[in-house]
Design a protein around this ligand. Structure first.
Ligand SMILES: Cc1ncc(C[n+]2csc(CCOP(=O)(O)OP(=O)(O)O)c2C)c(N)n1
Ligand SMILES: [Mg+2]
Length: 667
């Protein structure tokens, strides 16, 4: 494929990227011309000689993936997608760069434009997510063979991505796993926003990558032949490869090239005119001469034969295996999940064991792992603690990707970003484990996953002061509220094994929403002892125990505190107060129910919530006279049960707060 010849010269094809980028950024009066102009030669060589993809079929499974980790250079991607003829990417889209509702958002947004494999912009995450893509490529290849899955993951990143801490996690993991089909093209322009890289970094990046087990080399990023040679060498490496492409930011602009000013502002009409002259590009704004356009279109179509050959090979796959290369969870699979979860619910509601929900999680996974194709678990070095390992455990190793469990190492942010990439790649359903308090380490990737809309399940255990002796550094208090505030993220906090099974069913069914499973370290009673086929957790909250007569108060809780409000309701009954017990395993799901349902659960009586965490996310549900029993600051070191007493998270206090709320209402 690399032998395709083009009518137009390399120089003109690259200049087309430069011209479209500077024109679109000028039209928007906003954007970053320096990077697209600097990396135009590298992108031209990559897309016209190496990338395997068919512009007319952007979703072809076995395409090479291209991740623009330097998302501020979005016009590089948009120019290339337009030039190669991606469906629905028109000149008008480039003219509408950065406008409300346009496909050409400020930074590439997954789902807005075909050809953007992921959302990029937060530096470091493109590179790290790309490692997840490359992991998934090897996993699917191990399951279905090289005939079906055999592609490269290319990354373009700048100096900024390599400064971000998460790049360490990415580089370390990729080197360890020998992800030889991961090829990173570093825009080595020695410039970031504040000026030369030297003002803030002195690292020898080549040595850094080599130390992590990479193949690392340099090339002149404006010499097409040198770039071609470097990528060829990278393709043949048995390690992941870094190519440091020495470039000039804003290449072609007489007064901005090689300066930080090229980074983040339009060149201006005058400088654009000078740049056109310097580049030898006499065409008007947004004008691409026919030979350049037809050459780029030919590049966009050069893998048609490869794709047709793949389609022939893929005909040997069953329909469900083929569909599963994209999304492994079909309606059929969901049917099996539902029935497996029903079995768990039946046996657990009748046995009513006392279990930590992390153990409930392990039980549920034991039932799910054999029936969910592509499910891959893992942990950030807390395998024994998280309950994510099942009896079907088979570790993924550098030499064997057929396993179903990743040892992610102590890399929470990396793990969350890798999972995003694995899910986006297709064929894999990732879940992982760490402690809930470390959600802050993973948060940027949890947020990006929610923004992109991926099915990724973050199991986060040790979810309160119930952790005990490890103390306040390990006891989340603000974390649940902080996660609940992220849009398009479902935060589940089941109360027992029955709810755990229900929550997993909901999470697996949500193709475009990531989930957090908040699980306890400490043992809990089974609260769902009456079996019902209905998935009550799917509605987010439900009446667990109704009262006789008129409702005086509604008690609400999630997870480990549900058993506390059950006990409080019994105490209140003795005292002649009718309390309804509401379990709320998922606030986001509950908020999505219709008003009548929510009202039937919440009632009109005063409400009291109990959660071993801060109050904030409960405020929405408490109403005017509501009360809250929980934490008001950081936890403390001591045995978990004693800490519940110490901080007053007890059934007696819930009952007292209920009486106080009733009094407030009638006052
Ligand atoms: C996590 C994160 N921090 C900060 C920024 C803001 N930012 C965008 S580009 C940039 C500098 C990037 O320098 P480099 O990667 O070398 O890109 P170049 O200027 O060479 O195009 C910064 C700080 C960001 N996008 N993401
Ligand atoms: Mg730079």
């Amino acid at each position: 494929m690399s032998n395709t010849t083009y009518d137009a010269s390399h120089k003109d094809m690259a200049n087309a990227i430069r011209a479209l980028s500077m024109d679109a950024i000028q039209a928007a009066n906003s954007g970053h011309p320096g990077m697209p102009m600097g990396m135009a030669d590298v992108a031209t060589v990559l897309f016209t000689k190496f990338m395997k993809f068919d512009a007319a079929n952007p979703d072809w499974f076995d395409r090479d993936r291209f991740i623009l980790s330097a998302g501020h250079g979005s016009m590089l991607l948009y120019s290339v997608l337009y030039l190669m003829g991606y469906p629905g990417v028109e000149l008008d889209d480039l003219k509408n760069f950065r406008q409300v509702g346009s496909k050409t958002a400020g930074h590439p947004e997954y789902g807005h434009i075909s050809g953007a494999e992921m959302t990029t912009g937060p530096l470091g995450q493109g590179l790290t997510t790309a490692v997840g893509f490359a992991i998934a490529e090897k996993m699917v290849a191990a399951r279905h063979g090289d005939d079906i899955c055999d592609h490269y993951t290319y990354v373009v990143n700048g100096d900024g991505c390599l400064m971000e801490g998460v790049s360490h996690e990415a580089i370390d993991m990729a080197g360890h796993l020998k992800l030889n089909k991961l090829i990173v093209l570093w825009d080595d322009n020695n410039i970031t926003i504040d000026g030369e890289v030297g003002v803030s970094s002195s690292t020898d990046q080549i040595k850094r990558f080599e130390a992590a087990g990479w193949n690392a080399m340099r090339c002149d990023g404006h010499d097409a032949a040198a770039i071609e040679e470097a990528i060829k060498a990278a393709q043949n490496s048995d390690k992941p490869t870094l190519i440091a492409c020495k470039t000039e930011i804003g290449h072609g602009s007489p007064n901005r090239a090689n300066t930080a000013r090229a980074h983040g502002e339009p060149l201006g009409e005058e400088e654009i005119a000078l740049t056109r002259e310097a580049l030898g590009w006499p065409y008007g704004p947004f004008v691409i001469p026919d030979d350049v356009m037809s050459s780029w279109r030919a590049a966009g179509a050069r893998s048609k034969d490869a794709m047709a050959a793949w389609e022939t090979r893929a005909a040997s796959l069953s329909a469900s295996d083929k569909a599963g290369l994209g999304d492994p969870i079909s309606t059929d699979v969901m049917g099996q999940v539902k029935s497996a979860m029903l079995d768990v619910k039946k046996s657990m509601s009748s046995d009513a064991p006392k279990l930590a929900t992390r153990q409930s999680n392990a039980k549920v996974l034991e039932a799910l792992v054999p029936i969910v194709p592509g499910i891959v678990g893992g942990s950030a070095d807390l395998t024994g603690s998280n309950g994510c390992k099942t009896s079907q455990y088979k570790a993924v190793t550098p030499d064997d990707f057929s396993g179903n469990y990743m040892h992610y190492g102590v890399r929470e942010f990396g793990m969350a970003a890798f999972m995003n990439g694995m899910s986006l790649h297709g064929g894999v359903v990732p879940y992982s484990g760490t402690f809930l308090v470390f959600a802050d380490y993973s948060r940027p990737a949890i947020r990006l996953g929610a923004l992109m809309g991926v099915r990724v399940i973050h199991v986060m255990t040790h979810d309160s002061i119930g952790v005990g002796e490890d103390g306040p550094t390990h006891q989340p208090v603000e974390t649940l509220s902080a996660l609940r505030v992220i849009p398009n993220l479902d935060v589940f906090r089941p109360a027992d094994t029955v709810e755990t099974a229900e929550c997993w069913e909901v999470a697996l069914g949500a193709a475009k929403t990531p989930s957090v499973m908040s699980m306890t370290r400490q043992g809990l009673s089974t609260v769902r002892t009456d079996h019902t086929d209905e998935n009550l957790s799917a509605k987010g909250a439900y009446v667990l125990k109704d009262c006789d007569g008129e409702r005086d108060v509604t008690l609400m809780a999630s997870g480990s505190e549900v058993e506390i409000i059950v006990a409080a309701a019994a105490d209140l009954k003795e005292a002649g107060v009718n309390a309804v017990v509401v379990s709320m395993p998922c606030m986001e799901r509950f908020a999505a129910q219709d008003h009548d349902y929510r009202q039937s659960v919440l009632g009109t009586a005063p409400r009291v919530a109990c959660e071993a965490a801060l109050r904030q996310s409960w405020d929405r549900w408490l109403g005017d006279h509501g009360g809250f029993v929980g934490m008001s600051g950081f936890g403390a070191s001591g045995p978990g049960a004693e800490l519940y007493e110490h901080f007053g998270i007890t059934s007696a206090n819930v009952a007292a707060e209920a009486k106080a709320a009733i009094a407030r209402k009638s006052a």
